[in-house]
Design a protein around this ligand. Structure first.
Ligand SMILES: Cc1cc2nc3c(=O)[nH]c(=O)nc-3n(C[C@H](O)[C@H](O)[C@H](O)COP(=O)(O)OP(=O)(O)OC[C@H]3O[C@@H](n4cnc5c(N)ncnc54)[C@H](O)[C@@H]3O)c2cc1C
Length: 372
């Protein structure tokens, strides 16, 4: 294949695509808005699934490197009641090894030829030139033209408008992110409550979900089902007041749980949750496609990064299989992409209902114990 592939976005999806193309000897350039690989903290643990994330890493020929990143024991799961009573506690593994997102991204970056990623290239616009060619304009006014453009640029994709008029909409729920460091020493009761892996404490419309990262770092997502106006009224530039306001929603919950909010050692960060329509799709447009969140942003449900990597691998393999027929490759890729993404988004919405619906937390306990 002589076509040079232009990928927008060096997230896990775009990098997996670049790597799979490289494995097949197909050249690619990834344009990334961030100034450097370390410009933004890539915090968070990801469990990498047997049916999407792991096959993607296999296609990228990176399974051995991946195994070296796995943090043992992080698959443990606990569900606590609001008063701290243990409802479910399981430290078995379920074939979903956990890694730090930043380390996974670093592994992918290290696997690419030097210069593949062009940092500090924020796309400001794209336009069709005809016959499958596109021009990409960057924030500094420079441009690039390409006959194969891939939007791997996440939720607010600049490439998506070439294919679809859909835009993400607020799902009615947000997460507030906090961190506790060195928790076994400094917050022992909370560290014990979280255990070795994930903690879920849920009630209808809200919850505290925490995850043990490296050592004693506890990473928390506090979920609240509230309109965006409600969050806008909170002054997140005053971290203590913001944490106190969020914690107020959990009044009466066990102190070792609310400490995940009130004792946060980084300012609480608001993550508004948005999603594209579950059945988002588009008609084939020559020379351009999307992957990952750009194609199928959904409420976080543990699948998004896995799917982005899988999309990247599938697209890379399709292009390698049809080296002289870009449209055939893109058609084959999208034919599988649309139903796969719709099914995952539907499952994700169902999971949110399980986590934050009227039957929480019993609904999640039942899911883990296999009761209806
Ligand atoms: C709170 C939260 C928790 C989550 N937890 C999980 C989880 O546990 N497991 C899981 O599998 N998924 C999880 N997800 C989902 C997951 O983060 C995403 O689905 C995944 O990151 C999508 O990967 P991507 O490569 O498509 O996009 P992204 O990771 O968003 O990467 C896009 C890249 O494009 C760049 N970019 C954006 N705009 C431009 C531009 N104009 N020009 C150039 N570059 C640009 C960005 O800087 C970024 O590097 C979570 C999401 C959220 C919000």
């Amino acid at each position: 294949m002589t076509t040079h592939v232009t990928i927008i976005g060096a997230g896990l999806g775009g990098l997996t695509l670049a790597r799979v193309l490289h494995v097949h000897g197909i050249p690619a350039t990834v344009y990334e808005a961030e100034a450097s690989p370390t410009a933004r903290s890539q915090g968070g643990m990801l469990d990498i699934h047997e049916d999407n994330g792991q096959p993607a890493l296999q296609a990228a020929d990176l399974m051995d490197a991946f195994r070296g990143l796995v943090l043992e024991g992080r698959e443990a799961t606990r569900i606590l009641a609001a008063d701290g009573t243990v409802l479910y506690d399981d430290d078995s593994t379920r074939g979903r090894p956990e890694v730090l997102r930043g380390e996974l991204r670093r592994m992918l970056l290290d696997s690419l030829p030097a210069g593949t990623v062009r940092w500090g290239h924020k796309v400001s616009g794209v336009r069709a030139l005809g016959e499958g060619r596109h021009e990409v304009t960057f924030a500094d006014g420079s441009t690039a033209t390409t006959s194969l453009l891939v939007g791997a640029d996440g939720a607010w994709s600049r490439v998506r408008p070439l294919l679809s008029t859909a835009t993400p909409e607020y799902i009615g729920r947000s997460f507030v992110e906090t961190y506790l460091f060195d928790a076994d020493t400094r917050h022992p009761a909370t560290a014990k409550a979280v255990g070795g892996g994930s903690l879920f404490t849920l009630a209808p419309g809200k919850g505290i979900q925490a995850h043990r990262e490296n050592g004693g770092t506890l990473h928390t997502y506090v979920a609240l089902t509230k309109p965006q106006d409600w969050f806008a009224a909170i002054d997140f530039t005053d971290p203590a007041a913001a944490a106190a306001r969020i914690a107020q929603e959990f009044a009466g919950w066990a102190p070792e749980l609310t400490a995940l909010i009130t004792d946060g050692e980084t300012p609480p960060v608001l993550r508004s949750l948005n999603a594209l329509p579950v059945d988002h799709r588009w008609d084939r447009v020559p020379g351009v496609t999307l992957l990952g969140d750009a194609a199928h942003l959904a409420a976080p449900n543990g699948e998004g990064a896995n799917l982005a990597m899988y999309d990247g691998a599938e697209l890379g393999k399709a292009l390698a299989e049809h080296p002289d027929a870009i449209e055939t490759a893109l058609t084959a890729y999208e034919q599988d992409l649309f139903p796969r993404s719709a099914a995952a988004a539907t499952d994700g919405a169902d999971l949110h209902e399980l986590l934050f619906g009227d039957e929480a937390p019993r609904s999640l306990v039942n899911m883990f114990t296999g009761h209806a």
